[in-house]
Design a protein around this ligand. Structure first.
Ligand code: DON
Length: 303
């Protein structure tokens, strides 16, 4: 299918929303991004990539990297990860602390910050260099060897990282963190700072549409694991707005406070969208609207 005319139509439809919402303010390096940008890309499983607007402009992937870290941790270390992190929506903001004490230091899911810290901790134990392994994987799957960390964003995260540090130390007190917390936070902040465009993201996520198969045809995840990651994206990938996202879009999706969202149509294609203005839950306003238009216009969804 030629997705190009569809993307042009979606870009026109959501244009009035671009610039709406607020770019992430708690990381100064993100607050200064021009909010008037919008890009969207579709990657099909034959290797074609279609795009519109700012689809080639790199932005801060932020929490979208949590999907790839989860996939690598499962691929390298298997199911035992689920003894340390749950698979239920939290119903709370992504950086919330409250549930952790009631639930004995086991985060609700791998996509809230607490859960992502556990995943990165696991990946660090398995590989010895979690953030570099993740970057290498993203470079390979996107076919873009230029992908890199943004040192300014990583430094900014560090400076404003008290809450993530609190989450990590609190979980460590329950024995749910294996590595020294400062080293874990370094890897987590580097991971969040990776810069990718919509084109890079759509390409890199294709293993989730290909039921676990990587770009080179090798298997990263079993078919069942790929289904599991997609399922957790659907139920937990957009935080305390995951119900609304599933209702409007009907696809597994993962957002980041850089304004990006990646979504998967299993067996068909991947989608990536970016616009920096966020809603109060931390999801891109124009990005969610564009994905909503995509599934409405095409009828493609998991339902
Ligand atoms: O942990 C943080 O605060 C960020 N660097 C990542 C947060 C993020 O993208 C959550 N998303 N919507």
């Amino acid at each position: 299918m030629d997705y190009q005319p569809l993307l042009e139509q979606i870009a026109a439809d959501v244009a009035p929303l671009v610039g709406g919402g607020t770019p992430a303010e708690y990381i100064p390096a993100l607050a200064s991004v021009d909010p008037g940008q919008f890009g969207m890309a579709v990657a099909d499983l034959d290797g074609n990539v279609y795009g519109v607007g700012d689809w080639r402009v790199p932005f801060s992937a932020q929490s979208i990297t949590k999907v790839f870290a989860l996939a690598l941790a499962l691929a390298e270390g298997g199911d035992s990860l689920w003894e340390r992190v749950g698979r239920e929506p939290s119903g709370n903001p992504f950086n919330s602390l409250v549930q952790l004490e009631y639930e004995n230091g086991i985060p609700r899911n791998p996509f809230i910050n607490a859960g992502a810290l556990v995943v990165t901790d696991r990946l660090q134990t398995l590989t010895g260099d979690a953030s570099s392994e993740l970057l290498k994987f993203l470079q390979e799957e996107s076919g873009n060897p230029e992908l890199g960390f943004d040192a300014e964003v990583a430094a900014s995260e560090h400076e404003h990282g008290d809450r993530n540090a609190a989450l990590a130390h609190f979980m460590a007190s329950y024995g749910n963190i294996d590595n020294p917390v400062p080293a874990l936070l370094d890897h987590y902040f580097w991971q969040c700072s990776i810069e990718m465009s919509c084109a890079d993201l759509a390409r890199a996520a294709r293993f989730l549409a290909r039921h676990g198969l990587r770009t080179d045809g090798s298997r990263l995840l079993t078919r069942s694991e790929a289904k599991q990651v997609n399922a957790v994206m659907l139920t937990c990938g957009t935080y305390d707005a995951a119900g609304e996202f599933a209702y409007r879009v009907g696809l597994p999706g993962k957002s980041g406070v850089g304004g990006g969202i990646v979504a998967v149509v299993p067996g068909v294609c991947t989608l990536a969208v970016w616009s920096p203005g966020l809603d109060p839950h931390g999801n891109s306003v124009a990005g969610v609207a564009a994905l909503d238009r995509f599934t409405t216009l095409t009828g493609l969804s998991v339902f």
